[in-house]
Design a binder for this molecule. Sequence first.
Ligand SMILES: [Zn+2]
Length: 281
Amino acid sequence: MRAFHHFRRSVPVVATLALVLTAGPVANAEASGRTREETKNTATAAPPPTGRAAAVASPLYRTGRLAVTACAPGKIKSGSAASYRRFMTSLTRCLDRAWARQFKSAGLPFAKPGLRFLTRPAATPCGKWPKGATGIYCSAGRTIYIWVDARSVREAFELGQAQFMAHEYAHHVQELGGILGYYWSRQNGVGKSAKLALSRRFELQADCLAGAFLGAAEAALPVNRLEWESTVDWTRQNGHKGWPVNDHGKGATQAYWLTHGFGAASPTACNTWTVAASKVA
Ligand SMILES: [Zn+2]
């Protein structure tokens, strides 16, 4: 959905379709091999909760503010794909450090996600590249795939790209915390509208976690307040328009969770699994 980009008061707000994909049993087998490896390296961490508890009572909700320090991803130089990749890579390192610390304080094992840049949309272990997406998180191999598309490089809008990356990274956080597994298991055997409702809780949580990271990174990045407000405002008006079905929430709902996470700068604000249906509409 390339037409889904937008410029507002000369602030380009990049509405990137950020997706999460999971794959079949083979990929899951790989993932559990990886988990054993991680457990070995983090002797003090308990395995993440499983089932419903992973989502509704994650230890991450009790970890307080995220700490973002020494995060200086620099600028994207308009037209320079190299500078775009540098920015996104450096930002991912900031996310690694902030979330590693958070998982430690939750007593959960942590592992960095893989990060791959694609010069053109291509298949991943999660299958065909989804039409309209510029990035995905694929739980098979726990990797974030970013398509370095010309428009993102030309727009060079750091805050929009940071929000996009923080959202993809949030899906990795959900994967490590057992939330993605719970979400995926619940999708089986429920009707279409229940599936959409689950998807909204899942995606809005990622919005909130992205907001929390940006709130914590406000000084470090830095996050310009006017740009942030403009981004949230744009999301309120347009956030739902790129999706054929309501699987990501209405624009106003997305704006609510972005703001909620940003204000708290903590995953404590991001339990979308127990709130009333009206909050995840
Ligand atoms: Zn997403």
